[in-house]
Design a protein around this ligand. Structure first.
Ligand SMILES: Nc1ncnc2c1ncn2[C@@H]1O[C@H](COP(=O)(O)OP(=O)(O)OP(=O)(O)O)[C@@H](O)[C@H]1O
Length: 770
């Protein structure tokens, strides 16, 4: 409902008044900031002069280090104070542009007053302690997002408070001026959403704080679940809700949670970059982000781990799908779990530890130490004890080692500098006899050299996880569907890849699971919330590994089962059931989002017609042109058409993305396009898209959106059957305002006849688009 002029004037007066209060606050904060900055500079300067203290004498050094510690913590504190004031200043400046977007009038049960509360990106309190603006994450603000008018409740420190929601008003305010305002009964009226969604693509994802929808709000404000699974159709705001949720959690648990304790697995580097401004725009620090490829590479240092993209590109046709499915399944990891539990010392693949080219601790010695430990211990306890015992033995052997010839040889040929380095803080006159001095040097030398043995023990180098995993492969109980010969061949492939320090993706998580489950090591207990976006691209085995090594994290798994591009599409319920079995959690919850916001109504209507369950998808009502399918009979003609489509689209939109099925076609298309336009071919190492035209394979477009999308060659050849449904659907749903499908020859059967008969798509047979 649009409001009368009087009402609008009153609201504008309030905005102006709040803006004045903000101006004052900004001035005060600026002064405070200058002071904080001066203080930091003063301390840093002092710190600089104080620490140039005398380093020559050992005693001084100890004193200096205590001083240093004190200075350092003082510096940290002033730097932190300065950063806090700086971020407050940024918040007030931000609010000054647009102080709030919502108002609620509520009357609490048992009270006669009606409160008018205004809701914005952050709280703002005046000098008398009155809330002029409530942070969108404050408990009371939930009423704005959740409730329709009438009786509702919100959380307070004393429990639930019932209230009567009398009015809900929305604003668009720019530079202190109300542009638009209206009252509504809905969560956030369509009008505001329309306006937010009609904008052309911003290079970076925007926050959606002013227009969060009811069901998105459930995701954002969930504080109860240990396993939260979000299944949402393409463009339903899953990633947006995920980021808003992180901002919410940081606010809600600000005393016990910081951004470093939240980790997000993102699909690719372009995506990481695309979303990186959302949290800062909400006044929060970014969570940590990692891609699966980066994560595995880090966990298996020295190995070339096949990435999801490489596996997709290689698409080894010979590999039995049943075998792959098995290796990615819970059954497989459960068998590893059993294998580890039953691993007797004689079957553990120990390795010798070498020193100076000779065996220093033999595998038999290590095995003996391990085997002598009490039966009741877990493998990780035994491993720890074994390491402790080996380190003890190592220390005991230092003395013997000093008598060896190699030590004498080195000392004799040592330069003065090396000698003095080993002498360290000792003085020559600290020794009574010359021999004492030489013994000291020999001990230091041996200790230094033996650090390689120490490291080998510390880093479990006496265990060979690859050979152990190969042994496991020999003991697996194969499901009926998997062929034994294929399995043996697959094991040989694994071993020959290892020779070249390569490992396939299907073996990576299971191998890591075996290694880390056995050792109990490499866990990260610091992470409290783990988010995985595009969960449909992960295997159950990978999720089980994540659960093993992030034991304290609450899992938030977000995705769209229809956008599975690396395997066949599976239903949301199947995925949830699998997850519940694989990582049972006390409080698990599934939230589904069915409304799609990204694309225009015609685009979503067409895209959903490809899916068997497409009717569940609700298209947001935003106007636009019908998608167009242009069919040509040769690749030359198709390339020509592509150029004219791009030209046409650039007149209407700032960005055009040509999305292909794989990297090879992206490269070919790019060569044609680049001759005429300022274009970029995107690769998986890219973080930015710097040109108006981009050409990219589907997996790099994951999670992203573009004003205009051209789907390259949607022919039967490229998309022959339902195995490529996820790929084609993902491509089509990247489009915000315009979608063109180009096809050479027979059209993919995935584009259903009914889309054509129901007129969901415009077909141009042999015309060019120009
Ligand atoms: N409540 C909202 N208010 C305004 N814009 C929204 C809202 N929800 C989603 N959007 C917009 O819709 C688009 C799609 O959102 P987002 O990328 O979060 O969806 P998604 O479900 O993660 O998509 P996909 O799985 O297809 O990658 C974005 O432009 C986002 O800003």
């Amino acid at each position: 409902m649009h409001l009368n002029k009087d009402e609008r004037n009153k609201e504008q007066e309030r905005v102006t008044w709040v803006s004045q209060q903000l101006d004052e606050k900004i001035q005060d904060t600026q002064t405070e900031y200058q002071k904080a900055k001066a203080e930091t500079q003063r301390v840093q300067k002092d710190y600089g002069t104080n620490t140039s203290a005398n380093y020559l004498e050992a005693d001084d050094r100890i004193e200096t280090s205590a001083d240093l510690q004190q200075q350092r913590s003082l510096t940290n504190k002033v730097v932190e104070d300065q950063a806090i004031v700086e971020s407050q200043l940024a918040t007030y400046r931000d609010l000054r542009q647009s102080p709030y977007f919502g108002r609620i009038d509520i009357q609490d049960e048992g009270f006669s007053d009606v409160d008018h509360l205004y809701i914005g990106k952050a709280s703002f309190i005046d000098k008398d302690g009155e809330f002029l603006i409530y942070d969108w994450r404050a408990p009371i603000s939930s009423v704005y997002y959740n409730g329709t008018l009438g009786k509702v409740a919100y959380d307070t420190p004393n429990g639930k408070q019932n209230t009567d929601l009398l009015k809900k008003r929305q604003f668009q305010i720019k530079n202190g001026k109300i542009i638009n305002m209206f009252d509504t009964n809905e969560t956030v009226g369509d009008e505001l959403l329309q306006s937010a969604l009609s904008d052309e693509n911003n290079e970076k994802m925007q926050n959606i704080v002013a227009t969060i929808q009811h069901e998105q709000n459930d995701i954002i404000r969930d504080t109860n679940s240990n396993l939260l699974v979000v299944q949402g159709v393409a463009g339903s705001g899953k990633t947006s809700a995920l980021l808003q949720r992180i901002a919410f959690l940081l606010y809600h648990s600000r005393d016990s949670l910081n951004a470093d304790q939240i980790l997000l697995f993102s699909p690719n580097l372009l995506f990481s970059n695309y979303i990186k401004d959302v949290l800062p725009s909400l006044g929060e620090r970014n969570m940590r982000q990692v891609t699966l490829a980066e994560f595995f590479a880090h966990r298996l240092e020295g190995m070339k781990v096949q990435t999801l993209f490489q596996r997709y590109e290689d698409n080894d046709q010979d590999l039995d799908p049943a075998l792959r499915e098995f290796k990615n399944s819970q059954n497989y990891i459960d068998q590893i779990e059993e294998y580890v539990k039953q691993l007797t010392p004689d079957r553990i693949k120990f390795d010798d530890i070498h020193f100076n080219g000779e065996v220093y601790f033999s595998k038999d010695e290590i095995r003996e130490v391990y085997a002598a430990l009490p039966q009741g211990m877990t493998s990780s306890e035994k491993l720890l004890q074994t390491k402790n015992k080996l380190i003890k033995r190592l220390k005991n052997r230092i003395h013997d080692e000093t008598k060896k010839k190699w030590v004498a040889d080195i000392i004799d040929t040592m330069s003065d500098e090396q000698y003095h380095n080993l002498l360290g803080a000792k003085h020559l006159n600290d020794f009574e006899e010359l021999d004492d001095e030489r013994d000291y040097i020999a001990t230091q030398l041996v200790k230094n050299r033996l650090s390689t043995v120490y490291d080998a023990i510390y880093n479990d180098e006496f265990l060979d996880p690859y050979v152990q995993y190969a042994d496991f492969l020999d003991h697996v109980k194969l499901p009926n569907q998997v062929d034994l010969d294929q399995w043996k061949q697959n094991k040989n492939d694994f071993l020959s890849h290892i020779e070249f320090h390569q490992i396939g993706l299907d073996d990576t998580a299971p191998l890591l699971y075996l290694r880390d489950r056995f050792s109990g090591e490499n866990k990260n207990v610091n992470i409290k919330y783990l988010f995985v976006d595009e969960i449909q691209d992960y295997s159950i085995a990978q999720i089980m590994y994540l659960k093993l090594i992030f034991p304290r994290a609450k899992f938030n798994l977000i995705g769209d089962s229809e956008q599975a591009i690396f395997k066949d599409v599976e239903s949301a319920q199947t995925l949830l059931d699998k997850l519940n079995d694989a990582i049972p959690s006390k409080r698990s919850r599934l939230i589904q989002l069915n409304r799609s916001y990204r694309s225009t109504y015609p685009i979503t209507s067409f895209a959903k017609s490809l899916l068997p369950d497409g009717n569940d998808i609700e298209a947001f009502n935003r106007n636009g042109d019908k998608p167009e399918l242009i069919v040509k009979d040769s690749s030359e003609e198709l390339e020509q058409t592509l150029l004219s489509v791009i030209k046409q689209q650039l007149q209407k939109h700032e960005t055009v993305a040509v999305i292909t099925k794989d990297a090879a076609s992206a490269k070919r298309v790019y060569q044609k396009v680049n001759a005429r336009f300022d274009a970029t071919l995107l690769k998986d190492s890219d973080r930015d898209m710097n040109s108006p035209v981009v050409v990219l394979p589907v997996y790099l477009a994951k999670g992203l959106e573009f004003d205009s999308v051209v789907a390259w060659d949607t022919s039967k050849r490229n998309y022959p059957d339902e195995h490529s449904l996820g790929v084609l659907y993902t491509i089509l749903t990247r489009a915000m305002h315009s979608l063109t499908l180009l096809c050479n020859g027979e059209v993919s059967p995935l584009i259903p006849k009914r889309a054509i008969s129901n007129n969901l798509i415009k077909i141009s047979k042999n015309s060019t688009a120009e």
